[in-house]
Ligand binder design. Structure first.
Ligand SMILES: C[S@@+](CC[C@H](N)C(=O)[O-])C[C@H]1O[C@@H](n2cnc3c(N)ncnc32)[C@H](O)[C@@H]1O
Length: 249
């Protein structure tokens, strides 16, 4: 077995152990995941996801296949389907069956025939090459142990002309606000997690994993190294999050 290390929040762990620990985080919080997102971000995650979907602009008039990776409880997928035409189909893929179960319950019968939930790993997508018109991953990529492998898989399953979009926490770039944000993240979020989900540790992991994620320019280079072109990124809300974009040419 490889002795390669990676990080799980601020801890250094063997690469082969990270996914199991991430899965335990999301298994533990799945039932209260959506409520916690609203509380922690004061509803801002909704605006960030809307910004992601407006950047994608799914077509209204033609057949279109979209893949939402680390799609969890379906938040991004539902927004895409709400804004798209009837010929749009979205596959929500996540490694965690409990997150997907919440998503399926939320979807009910609202999107019958236009949505599929698939339990699989972003590093090894169970689809052929050139299957999808677009790919999104929201607040998911930093949890994946081999990000470079997940990006290569994104490139493989996209059709030529397909678009990759990633919404992820980024680096706050406003003096003073950065300190307020840090104080809020480390003091308030784990306590809130304890109150709402009974699990402070999972939310401690969340805030630490955000700090360990590469800065936007470095992540943009990783997207390019996976084969994407015209790679750009846009910061939102003083750099709390960023939307990264790349095209398969
Ligand atoms: C913070 S949640 C984001 C959920 C959703 N995209 C959203 O924005 O609300 C991160 C998700 O990544 C999933 N995940 C972690 N590692 C993964 C992997 N290797 N492959 C696919 N999904 C993964 C987790 O199970 C979890 O549902």
């Amino acid at each position: 077995m490889s002795d390669e290390k990676t990080h799980f929040g601020f801890q250094s762990v063997p690469l082969g152990e990270k996914q199991g620990r991430v899965n335990e985080v999301f298994r533990s919080v799945a039932g209260r995941y959506d409520l916690m997102n609203d509380l922690m971000s004061a509803g801002l995650h909704r605006l960030w996801k809307e910004a992601l979907v407006s950047t994608l602009r799914p077509p209204r008039e033609r057949a279109y296949r979209h893949l939402d990776v680390a799609g969890g409880t379906g938040d991004v997928a539902f927004r895409i389907l709400d804004g798209a035409g009837p010929q749009t189909h979205v596959t929500v893929l996540d490694i965690n069956g409990e997150m997907l179960k919440v998503g399926e319950e939320r979807a009910g019968r609202a999107y019958d025939g236009r949505i599929a939930f698939v339990e699989a790993n972003a590093e090894d997508l169970p689809f052929g090459p050139k299957t999808f018109d677009s790919y999104t991953v929201a607040f998911g990529i930093r949890n994946v142990p081999r990000i470079d492998q997940a990006l290569r898989e994104a490139h493989r399953v996209l059709k030529p002309g397909g678009r990759f979009l990633c919404l992820e926490f980024s680096k706050v770039d406003v003096p003073v606000l950065d300190r307020v944000y840090d104080a809020y993240s480390f003091n308030v979020i784990p306590r809130l997690g304890q109150m709402v989900t009974g699990d402070a540790e999972s939310y401690q992991y969340l805030v630490e994993s955000i700090r360990r994620f590469p800065p936007p320019a470095a992540f943009a280079r990783m997207i390019e190294e996976a084969g994407f072109r015209r790679v750009t990124h846009r910061s939102l809300t003083a750099g709390i999050v960023a939307i990264h974009s790349g095209w398969k040419i």
